[in-house]
Design a protein around this ligand. Structure first.
Ligand SMILES: [Zn+2]
Length: 215
């Protein structure tokens, strides 16, 4: 037994943090109360120090985040279900703003997640596809229309067909190097603008594609 130098309570030694060969003078409870008080009084410094540590230790940070999220997931979901419509709308606005200002960062994270969760993504895509046949048909129709619109009279249709046959044979995706519906420029549906990508490369490029989706 040992008497704490702060609260003066006689406690088991296990109630004191180890220091060197012995134990600290104050008990764990008093120690953490002390650190909490210190953190509150040095908030800015503490926040900066924590941020610096996270930056210097990305792997530990990611692991800790994962553990924390897993432990709090059901709790957070329960809390979210209890939200009012106003709260939902409010969160939506904040999330939208965050996505807009961190678009690049989010893209990188999403691609990494997709690459690491291939089976889950495939299952999700298949389920969505099954539940949304009309949307799939619309997307396919739009892609077909894009291809027709982007196919000039001089396009070598036989050569294009060969590319698709080759892709099907090797289990690869046909990609338009310059997208048919690009943000700044629209590519053509011609042999020169086609390349074969592995499904993984196609996902990395940020293309949404699933088996059976045309083009
Ligand atoms: Zn104490």
């Amino acid at each position: 037994m040992k008497i704490c130098s702060v609260c003066a309570v006689d406690k088991e030694e296990s109630e004191f943090y180890k220091m060197g060969a012995g134990h600290r003078a104050r008990c764990k409870k008093c120690d953490s109360a002390d650190s909490a008080a210190w953190r509150a009084a040095n908030k800015e410094y503490d926040t900066a120090r924590n941020a610096a540590w996270r930056l210097a230790n990305p792997e530990q940070t990611a692991a800790a985040k994962k553990v924390w999220h897993q432990a709090h997931r059901s709790e957070a979901n329960k809390r979210r279900r209890g939200w009012s419509d106003e709260k939902r709308a409010e969160v939506k606005v904040v999330a939208k703003k965050y996505r807009a200002t961190n678009a690049e960062k989010i893209k990188v994270t999403e691609r990494a997640w997709v690459a690491n969760n291939r089976e889950k993504v495939n299952a999700g895509n298949a389920a969505w596809k099954k539940a949304n046949p009309a949307k799939i048909a619309a997307i396919n129709a739009r892609r077909e229309a894009d291809k027709i619109r982007a196919t000039p009279a001089w396009a070598d249709l036989e050569a294009i067909k060969d590319v698709y046959a080759e892709a099907a044979y090797f289990g690869m995706h046909v990609d338009h190097i310059v997208p048919l519906r690009g943000r700044t420029v629209c590519g053509l549906h011609v042999w020169d603008n086609l390349q074969l990508l592995t499904p993984k490369e196609n996902i990395a490029k940020g293309n949404r594609h699933w088996p059976g989706m045309s083009g």
